[in-house]
Ligand binder design. Structure first.
Ligand code: FPP
Ligand code: MG
Length: 338
């Protein structure tokens, strides 16, 4: 019994469960809706949609929306705010399904991707369908929600294009953060901002807290994702480690590593990247150079800096169990193992 308890509180999944305990029932309902309420009437489509939602996911985007909504509304969760949380997870899912097509990825969350199992054509349609369901949800919330999310989808697309254009280029930290804001943070921001904006007693303060927290949380989350791409266990990540660099995606650990080697006059890593890491030998050499440098530790410090900023943004929010979970979630996001 004690052993089980210790395991639950020390393993990352157990830690996340504990942080999200105050909204456990909301997340169960959300999970149920994602798995049971997405039917299109077309069995082929339904099979692919259900397959993806069953592969799990941390559901962090809906979690921060629900926590903030309850924190702002004396523990109460309005139906509109719950629908925003559902729509955000759907948009995130649609973007992953499309991202796997773009990346020609074979696995995600430990399962075969839709494109690998059913082909890219059906995967594109599946992503489109999930997106269309998200838009219906947002329409039911109101025009402001539709407006906020249409701008966010715009940013997501630009982020994805920026990433494509940056491939095998030695980009600056500013360019990396800029792209990460569009590709990742904007969706966290849209959800929390939208939830805060439709509150009956909304004001600039609660909207600014939402923006500040979700921006910093989103960037910290992306940096951590990029670190785990080097240090994480492929099995737990559900996707191959080192994959980003292989595809020319230059992330925080690599930027710090290139900077460090540059200072000593060593341009091996930079030249390998610019030459496109064409062979397995070049790729392995580049990964080793990143791991042997202080790039990963520096990226970890940067992620922690963003997560501390996220926590600081909550300073003027009234204390509650929900606020505490938002604080713990920001800290968890930079200590997670997958
Ligand atoms: C995964 O990140 C991908 C994204 C966060 C954004 C993908 C965006 C698009 C495909 C454009 C918008 C499309 C729709 C349908 C909304 P990652 O590549 O860093 O993570 P990964 O290693 O898990 O793939
Ligand atoms: Mg990807």
């Amino acid at each position: 019994m004690i052993k089980t308890l210790i395991e639950k509180f020390t393993n990352p999944a157990g830690k996340l469960d504990r942080i999200l305990k105050p909204i456990e029932k909301d997340l169960l309902l959300l999970e149920n809706n994602l798995r049971e309420n997405m039917f299109s009437g077309n069995s082929e489509l339904d099979k692919m949609v259900a397959y993806f939602f069953k592969s799990g996911g941390k559901r962090l985007r809906p979690a921060i929306i629900i926590l903030y909504s309850r924190a702002l509304n004396r523990g109460y969760l309005a139906d509109e705010n719950f629908r925003i949380a559902e729509a955000v997870e759907m948009i995130h899912t649609a973007s992953l399904v499309h991202d796997d097509v773009i990346d020609e990825a074979e696995t995600r969350r430990g399962f075969q991707t839709i494109n690998k199992k059913w082909g890219s054509k059906l995967a594109v349609i599946t992503g489109d369908y999930i997106l269309s369901r998200a838009l219906s949800k947002l329409t039911s919330v109101g025009i402001l929600a539709v407006e906020i999310f249409s701008q966010t989808l715009n940013a997501l697309c630009i982020g994805e294009i920026m990433q494509k254009n940056q491939s095998f280029k030695v980009i600056s930290m500013e360019e990396y953060i800029n792209k990460s804001e569009r590709k990742t943070a904007k969706l966290f921001m849209a959800g929390m901002e939208c939830a805060a904006s439709i509150m009956p007693e909304t004001n600039n303060l609660v909207i600014n807290i939402a923006r500040g927290y979700s921006y910093n949380f989103g960037i910290a989350f992306q940096i951590m994702d990029d670190i785990l791409n080097f240090t994480g266990d492929s099995k737990k990540l559900g996707k191959p480690a080192g994959n980003d660099l292989k595809h020319g995606i230059i992330t925080a650990p690599v930027i710090f590593a290139v900077e460090e080697y540059d200072k000593t006059g060593d341009s091996t890593l930079k030249n390998l990247i610019l030459a496109g890491l064409k062979t397995e030998k070049d790729f392995k050499k580049a990964v080793k150079l990143v791991i042997d440098s202080n790039g990963i530790q520096k990226a970890q410090v940067l992620a922690q800096d963003y997560s501390s900023k996220a926590v600081n943004c909550l300073a003027n929010l009234k204390d509650s169990v929900y606020k505490q979970s938002l604080i713990d979630l920001a800290n968890y996001s930079t200590n997670r193992k997958y």
